[in-house]
Design a binder for this molecule. Structure first.
Ligand code: AMP
Length: 115
């Protein structure tokens, strides 16, 4: 599996605005934000996308990613007003980086359905 740009962020080979880190998870601001708060929450292990997820270990990791989202949302003061969590999976969803990532978006009113 080829290294993605997110692996380079994990390894500190390229800079990022990191807002949260644990042993298993890293979160940093999206370089092209689509909302006043736009943060990417990623596992440190290389998993290309949601469709490669299975089993208890990944379930735990996903739970940790949601915990991270909630904690960051509180810190960014968007927990009360609301926020959106998005996984893009595959070409039709517009996934660009094949290292699993959860988008945390907030700070403005969102539309539904998404584009
Ligand atoms: P997706 O389309 O779901 O694969 O989202 C990939 C996201 O990664 C996009 O929102 C990009 O703006 C973002 N992105 C790409 N490169 C970087 C980077 N070096 N630092 C922060 N965000 C990035």
């Amino acid at each position: 599996m080829g290294k993605t740009i997110f692996s380079k962020i994990i390894n500190r080979e390229i800079p990022a605005d990191i807002v949260y880190e644990t042993e298993s998870i890293l979160a940093f601001r999206d370089i092209n934000p689509q909302a006043p708060v736009h943060i990417l929450i990623i596992p440190k292990i290389e998993i290309p996308s949601v469709k490669e997820l299975s089993g208890k270990e990944h379930s735990k990791l996903l739970g940790d990613m949601i915990d991270a989202a909630n904690e960051i949302a509180r810190k960014e003061n968007i927990s009360q007003s609301g926020f959106r969590l998005v996984f893009n999976c595959g070409a039709d969803a517009g996934q660009e980086v094949y290292h699993l990532h959860l988008h945390l978006l907030g700070g403005r009113k969102m539309n539904w359905p998404p584009g």
